[in-house]
Ligand binder design. Sequence first.
Ligand code: GRF
Length: 207
Amino acid sequence: MPASRLVVLVSGSGTNLQALLDAIDAHPGGAEGFGAEVVAVGADRANIAGLERAEKAGIPTFVCPVKDYGSREEWDAALTEATDAHAPDLVVSAGFMKIVGKNFIDRFGGRFVNTHPALLPAFPGAHGVRDALAYGAKVTGCTVHFVDSGVDTGPIIAQGVVEIRDGEDEAALHERIKEVERQLLVDVVGRLARHGYRIEGRKVTIQ
Ligand code: GRF
């Protein structure tokens, strides 16, 4: 079977993207053995490490900053077309810090995966790590899920648990979550691509 085509969306350091690239590279069977290849990397801003990582790996990139468009809808339409131009089987939001719109979800719903640094449905939104700490939670973690029209509300594919240490700050906790998150994302994307999957209501089954 040919490798699934992945478009990865990033906004920052891109260590989750790098984990995917490294896992595909390190697989004895290459992209075909892993089941997926990254065919393009998109971002909502220029000059970020995530884009540099893609360029270094020789992967095409595109950038769609919200401020370049007259409205959020126009931005969403442009992001949808830029992503679709690479004919993805799966789109992976790996630290992409924008909420996409209806157009994007209509096009890629059911094949758009996000990783979130908390145990959903607890602590959705842009500050999942900070919010878990502020709440006094004792465990948190990360969630890989399909994206629907809500904010971090789509069907859950897999989760990883991280214990919160006394006195730990947001940066230290986020770093420990990201260690788990990178492995989880690589594992999930590989399994989705190799085995196929079903989404029934909120339940995701990898076949
Ligand atoms: C991840 O923790 C992701 O869940 C979050 O931002 C982080 C991205 O990290 N929303 P990186 O850019 O992949 O290093």
